[in-house]
Design a binder for this molecule. Sequence first.
Ligand code: ATP
Ligand code: NCN
Length: 201
Amino acid sequence: MGEQTGPVKRRLGVMGGTFDPVHHGHLVAASEVAARFHLDEVVFVPTGQPWQKSHKTVSPAEDRYLMTVIATASNPQFSVSRIDIDRGGPTYTTDTLRELRSLNDDADLFFITGADALEQILTWRDTEELFSLAHFIGVTRPGHILANPGLPEGGVSLVEVPALAISSSDCRTRVAQGDPVWYLVPDGVVRYIDKRKLYRH
Ligand SMILES: Nc1ncnc2c1ncn2[C@@H]1O[C@H](COP(=O)(O)OP(=O)(O)OP(=O)(O)O)[C@@H](O)[C@H]1O
Ligand SMILES: O=C(O)c1ccc[n+]([C@@H]2O[C@H](COP(=O)([O-])O)[C@@H](O)[C@H]2O)c1
């Protein structure tokens, strides 16, 4: 009798973030991980309420969602999900991944995170469950050391991506000071920030 093999699973990348605004660092990280890990798709998931940023002012979820749609629209491998925004309440990645698993039962999930976020991951909610829901991929980010801070053996891969020293906070500060953000964020996002007068204080 021949060996029984199940159907080949889709490989779905998940890029969670506040995306206030989304910038080329996010897009390059997603694109590089998609290529290295042979992902079929990367879904960007803007946070609803990022509870660890509750001391900061965060732009309305609809603005962050629309900027993410604009930034990813030209790439057929990228999509954007509203699940964290529509769920309401503080955003926990365990909820995100559970929901994505039930919506994509034909897929294995790969959660993409920068070195700074990976450093903090043990402070997230329900960390024991977290690593059973997806494989985690930590990517390099200028100014942060990419290391596995005691995370489960085999549950995390560390990947070097082209270094882009861009952060959303720096983009917000630049707009507030009247400095350009052209080429730090996609052109459509520059125009959206301008149209909605975001980050001007
Ligand atoms: N330049 C970058 N290179 C690689 N990963 C990045 C980069 N910028 C952000 N990330 C990762 O993308 C995810 C979402 O990041 P987030 O939306 O918080 O952007 P940010 O630039 O870190 O924002 P802020 O400056 O407001 O904290 C996180 O996992 C973060 O580590
Ligand atoms: O699950 C948690 O407790 C948790 C705590 C902090 C951050 N996260 C997730 O980490 C991703 C990056 O978050 P941020 O705040 O750096 O944009 C995003 O998907 C967040 O929902 C998740």
